[in-house]
Design a protein around this ligand. Structure first.
Ligand SMILES: NC(=O)CC(=O)C(=O)O
Length: 307
């Protein structure tokens, strides 16, 4: 509750109730793809995995972080595509648009390196069942890490951080998008939940150090904190690559329970999402009612500024 003594920035608008989802149950596919240096092959390979997943009944398909290019600062400028330019400038997103439309499915297109003017971003495109680009999320938190002898990687050497959270109303529910390192920031997940998300999707490529430590922990934490579904999708592991991905693409339910997962090889995880579980868990354990807004609050800066 805002009191007369509360600072201006703490007077936050109330959380938005999750709207009724357009479907109560559906199948999601997490395509844990092998990624090579051959972009054309990566695109054709991803297309085939999406078609196979749709044939198995998936209505929502999630791809990995950086699925059309090796994950490296040397590769990002070479493989980057201008997603907004049209006219075939982005073969990766053109393929996703075409396959979403022809199969009538929703696709959360992992991420690809995006070129916009003289900047590069790590960008996730969301396509609706009509093949239209519904949203574009540019990774907000760049992955800069230095653990000597284990892993050093500086995305900020080549990439620019996105400036906006991304939440999108699709045929399969209201989905908050993050890319990999974005999952480490609990405020982003809370913000999506406060805006009524049913589901958080994080294409990601944790590595052999952060993977065993944090990958499952963070997904389960985001799901349990916010009492919603969380899905991640990683590239398959290539032990010979410059950056070795952890794999383990996973779907987590609204009690923080792992519903489906895998190891590190190439595969597609298909699992069912049942949105009625969100309401059930929120009535079993009513965190929203128990929250002490008189002691602490999340400030949704965009909603606050938009009045
Ligand atoms: N690609 C990443 O952002 C990797 C990451 O976040 C990690 O912890 O590993």
């Amino acid at each position: 509750m805002a009191s007369a003594f509360m600072p201006e920035q703490a007077r936050v608008p109330p959380a938005v109730q999750s709207p009724p989802p357009p479907v109560s149950k559906f199948k999601i596919a997490l395509c844990q793809l092998s990624v090579t240096a051959d972009k054309e092959r990566n695109i054709a390979h991803a297309r085939k995995a999406i078609v196979d997943a749709a044939e198995k009944g998936a209505q929502l398909v999630l791809l990995p972080e950086i699925w059309n290019s090796p994950y490296s600062n040397d590769s990002f400028p070479v493989y980057a595509e201008d997603i907004d330019a049209g006219g075939g400038a982005s073969p990766s997103s053109s393929m996703l648009a075409e396959v979403a439309r022809s199969l009538h499915i929703t696709i959360i297109g992992g991420s690809i390196p995006e070129r916009a003017g003289d900047r590069l971003y790590n960008t996730c495109c969301v396509f609706g069942t009509d093949g239209k680009l519904m949203a574009k999320h540019r990774k907000i938190h760049l992955f800069d890490i230095d653990i000597p002898g284990k892993i050093t990687f500086m995305e900020s050497k080549t990439l620019t951080a996105g400036e906006s959270p991304t939440i999108v109303d699709t045929d399969v529910g209201r989905i908050g998008i993050g890319i990999c390192h974005d999952i480490c920031f609990q405020e982003l997940g809370m913000l999506y939940a406060a805006r009524g998300a049913h589901f958080l999707c994080y294409p990601g490529a944790f590595n052999m150090t952060t993977g065993p430590l944090h990958w499952e922990l963070l997904q389960r934490a985001r799901a349990a904190d916010n009492q919603l579904y969380v899905a991640t999708c990683s590239p398959a592991r290539d032990a010979g690559a410059g950056y070795v991905a952890w794999g383990h693409s996973t779907l987590v339910g609204p009690f923080g329970e792992v519903i489906a997962t895998t190891e590190h090889e190439e595969t597609t995880v298909i699992a069912e999402i049942d949105y009625s579980l969100i309401e059930l868990r929120r009535s079993n354990l009513p965190l929203e009612k128990q929250r002490r807004g008189d002691l602490y609050q999340l400030v949704d800066v965009q909603r606050l500024n938009s009045g």
